[in-house]
Design a protein around this ligand. Structure first.
Ligand SMILES: NC(=O)c1ccc[n+]([C@@H]2O[C@H](COP(=O)([O-])OP(=O)(O)OC[C@H]3O[C@@H](n4cnc5c(N)ncnc54)[C@H](OP(=O)(O)O)[C@@H]3O)[C@@H](O)[C@H]2O)c1
Length: 225
């Protein structure tokens, strides 16, 4: 039976991808700080704070008791808050780097012993913000550009393992992430989670020789302004 790990499985895209994978017969180990209500015989809800090196080690220790191999790794856990640069302090900036960039690094580093050469697929939920700058999002933009850089570096460093790396660059998707933002964006200009899952399923079930290297997808009316 194939094993998937989903970080940030308690909400939004992570929760939706977890349910989708379980429907498709995967064993899923989900990681988050708050946990989920999912009850499924193939779901393992593990405690995880990606910013904490010791917590990441504990996560992988528990995972090792479940499986020696990870066939699919979904790098999804992330935070996004908006603030003009002049009002953003080091703590605000730092927590984006700690979660979205350092957290991604710690999780991928810990994944190494679980890799299956020629098989493991690493899907990273980056963002259009890993390519384009948005106003009032210096911290989020920097953290996502950083996450993209570490992924591209690792892809080359781990070349001999012949893994599949799929970075995704979605625009706005209607998840709880937007609820906490001090901005009044129209939900109608965001993709529904079902549309995200359409792309995710396409990526997941693409023939194994294909590497989808640059998937940017937005609402058809373009970027949120
Ligand atoms: N929604 C969008 O418009 C959009 C667009 C492009 C990219 N993305 C990216 O998609 C990913 C998921 O976003 P979402 O929209 O689904 O947001 P969400 O609903 O707020 O979910 C975020 C998830 O990340 C987890 N998380 C946050 N900090 C964590 C930590 N320190 N340790 C472990 N887990 C942590 C949260 O779990 P706990 O709080 O329980 O720990 C939660 O499960 C993010 O990386 C985001 O940048 C989102």
């Amino acid at each position: 039976m194939k094993w998937a790990v989903v970080t940030g499985s308690s909400s939004g895209l992570g929760l939706a991808m977890t349910a989708h994978l379980l429907d498709q017969g995967w064993n899923v180990a989900g990681g988050s700080r708050s946990g989920t209500d999912i009850e499924h015989e193939n779901f393992y809800d593990l405690e995880l704070d990606v910013t904490d090196e010791v917590a990441v080690e504990e996560f992988y220790k528990t995972l090792r008791e479940l499986t020696p191999k990870v066939h699919l790794f979904i790098q999804n856990a992330g935070i996004c808050e908006m603030s003009p640069a002049s009002k953003s302090d080091a703590e605000f900036f730092g927590k984006h780097l700690a979660t979205n960039t350092l957290g991604a690094f710690l999780m991928l580093k810990g994944l190494k012993p679980f890799l299956v050469d020629g098989e493991t697929h690493i899907i990273s939920i980056l963002s259009a913000a890993a390519k384009f700058g948005y106003p009032d999002m210096t911290a989020y933009n920097a953290s996502k550009f950083g996450q993209r850089g570490l992924l591209e570096s690792l892809q080359r460093e781990w070349k001999n393992h012949r893994l599949r790396f799929t970075p995704l660059y979605p625009g706005a998707i209607d998840t709880p992430l937007w609820g906490g933002l001090q901005a009044d964006f129209s939900r109608e200009r965001m993709l529904p989670v079902e549309d995200f899952l359409y792309v995710f399923d396409f990526v997941l079930n693409a023939p194994p020789n294909i590497r989808l290297a640059d998937l940017t997808f937005l609402h058809r009316d373009g970027f949120l302004e």
